[in-house]
Ligand binder design. Structure first.
Ligand SMILES: [Zn+2]
Ligand SMILES: [Zn+2]
Length: 177
């Protein structure tokens, strides 16, 4: 959905839109929407500067960091984003983009603000960076890969295959533990 800049004034103009799950692409984060994303907000404009405020409500499915099982979580995101026009003059484009970033602003192209992109970005930012299906998730057996939440495998725990231990060390290193 695009919000026409010309129609906006200093007075709050309400907008609302519902995105179907497949309209919001999150695959790069290993997540997906499992419910519609309902967006509700108001738009204001001062000169060429547009401000969108509102909420996004949806439900996401993420993979547990330990057992890789899918887990659903409700997501409610509040956003308050200001946009300035994307300078189209040759050579100026980059500097305006940088300026916008510096000021914590976004840029819009042409005569409308792209709500789709805003919604996608806001949902991505709101995804938890670390996610467990439950606090005490037992994860997967490092030897046979069994999900230890569901059944206790017959592997001897505690004595780890050296190859897995090396991998676990590497993982800790990567995670900065
Ligand atoms: Zn888990
Ligand atoms: Zn096992």
């Amino acid at each position: 959905m695009r919000i026409e800049v010309e129609n906006l004034t200093a007075a709050a103009t309400p907008f609302a839109h519902t995105y179907r799950p497949e309209e919001v692409e999150l695959e790069e984060e290993g997540a997906r929407l499992v419910a519609d994303a309902a967006v509700d907000g108001v738009a204001t404009r001062k000169g060429e500067r547009v401000r969108l405020r509102g909420t996004i409500k949806t439900e996401v499915e993420l993979l547990c960091d330990r057992c890789l099982g899918p887990e659903r979580a409700p997501l409610a995101v509040e956003f308050d984003t200001s946009f300035i026009p994307q300078e189209v003059e040759a050579g100026k484009e980059e500097s305006v983009e940088l300026l916008a970033e510096d000021l914590g602003l976004a840029a819009y192209e042409g005569d409308a603000v792209d709500l789709d992109e805003l919604v996608r970005e806001q949902i991505l930012l709101a995804l938890p960076s670390r996610h467990l299906c439950r606090e005490d998730c037992k994860g997967l057996c490092q030897k046979c890969g069994a999900n230890l939440n569901e059944n206790q495998c017959s592997c001897e725990q505690g004595e780890t295959d050296p190859r897995w231990a090396a991998l676990a060390d590497l993982k800790k290193e990567v995670n900065g533990e």
